[in-house]
Design a protein around this ligand. Structure first.
Ligand code: GLY
Length: 408
């Protein structure tokens, strides 16, 4: 089944069950300054759980479904394995005070097994968390979900995990969260059903949500991989046309994510979102260069993302994506060439950090680095900068600045 058919099937299935299809919001959230990027389908719907907005008024229904553009760079080191990506779409169905566990589990089971014809390896449910010795917290085991799964299929394998595995949210500093039940197919967690019943405050304490609700997330690219029975996501019809242009998973992933960021208004810079975009483009360029591919290959990948990447919303931004990307990469290429020339002449590679602002991860890709000496110099540099009262290190933040304390 083609990826476009899978996405349509999902949205139509939930439409048939009384959900309104809502378009994806941008990858830059407009309702929450505490997150850099949209990391889940529920991000645009946060106010409907908290009680600050009315879904019936805004969408004509308590029950919604979407395919949301998401960016997560906390797992960037994992990119290139079978299923990790920095940009992905998240299929989801949502309810704010409408249906609850029974319907959401039954529909998930029906969609996976009957609509897609997949076999579930096992499911997981929340094992519960005892309260602390001071009597704080404590969330009870999710017996209800276990019973629902057993009533659907008495033979289904049910595993139970605690807070680290079967509890989701919040995105950002505070927000809705709750126990989950997850569905595994071919060894991959394909679907996460979150029972949002708590609001987590900044201090970590939980209080009951105004409107308890359902928030599900199914990573689209992973699902396509499972459906198309490929070795990794990169052989699916979502990525095959891009891999034909540049046979590098990192180049393809990073250019694809950059294209979506730029189309949603992010510009390369030294802070926040712009810095993440800058790092992705630099990393893509350095990897292409290592494989003896010129800068134009990045442009060709972006072109393939726009025209063959199975996402229809990018056409209008094609020119802008190209201009922003190429300008940034050409500037970087010049700086890198100048820096490397100095290193060739005998300068310590550490100057690539001090004078050219390159992080170690990139310096290591372009030249030989004595890590121990580099880290010593880095520590000394930081100490001196602090003494001088400078606070320039915010710009050197690790790319995992988008880390939101959550698993992928
Ligand atoms: N919001 C549920 C998930 O991202 O899995």
């Amino acid at each position: 089944m083609l990826s476009n058919e899978i996405r349509d099937k999902f949205l139509k299935f939930f439409q048939t069950q009384g959900h309104v299809v809502v378009p994806s919001s941008p990858v830059v959230p407009n309702n929450d300054d505490s997150v850099l990027f949209t990391t889940a389908g529920m991000q645009q719907f946060k106010p409907y759980y908290i009680g600050g907005a009315d879904a019936v008024q805004d969408f004509g229904s308590l029950n919604l479904t979407s395919s949301q553009k998401c960016v997560r760079t906390s797992d960037i080191e994992e990119v290139g394995d079978k299923s990790h990506l920095t940009f992905f779409e998240m299929l989801g169905n949502f309810s704010f005070g409408g249906y609850w566990k029974k319907e959401s589990i039954e529909w998930a089971h029906e969609f996976i097994t009957r609509e897609l014809g997949l076999t579930i390896d096992y499911v997981s449910v929340f094992a519960g968390e005892p309260s602390t010795s001071s009597g704080q917290g404590g969330v009870s085991e999710d017996k209800e979900s276990e019973e629902i799964w057993k009533s659907i299929d008495p033979d289904i394998v049910i595993k139970k995990f605690g807070r680290a595995d079967n509890f989701w949210g919040p995105t950002g500093k505070e927000g809705p969260c709750g126990p989950t039940t997850e569905i595994y197919v071919d060894g991959i967690e394909v679907w996460n059903i979150v029972f949002n019943e708590f609001f987590q405050r900044e201090d970590g304490s939980l209080e009951p949500l105004k409107t308890r609700g359902i928030d599900t997330g199914m990573g689209f690219e992973r699902l396509v991989k499972v459906m198309q029975k490929t070795e990794t996501v990169f052989e699916t019809d979502l990525f095959a046309p891009l891999m034909r242009v540049a046979n590098s998973r990192i180049v393809v992933d990073h250019v694809r994510t950059s294209a979506f960021m730029i189309s949603d208004g992010v510009m390369p810079s030294n802070t926040g979102r712009g810095y993440i975009l800058r790092r992705l483009l630099r990393r893509a360029y350095v990897h292409a260069r290592k494989m003896d591919m010129g800068t134009e290959v990045l442009n060709s990948v972006a072109d393939a993302v726009v025209n063959h990447g199975s996402y229809k919303g990018l056409y209008a931004f094609a020119e802008n994506i190209e201009v922003v990307m190429m300008e940034e990469i050409e500037k970087f290429k010049k700086a890198l060439d100048a820096g490397l020339k100095q290193v060739e002449k005998g300068e310590d590679p550490f100057i690539l950090f001090t004078s050219y602002g390159l992080p170690l991860e990139i310096i290591e890709e372009v030249t030989v680095v004595d890590k121990e000496s580099f880290n010593k110099q880095l520590a000394e540099h930081k100490r001196l900068s602090q003494e001088a009262g400078e606070h320039k290190f915010s710009a050197q933040k690790d790319i995992s600045a988008n880390q939101e304390g959550r698993k992928n």
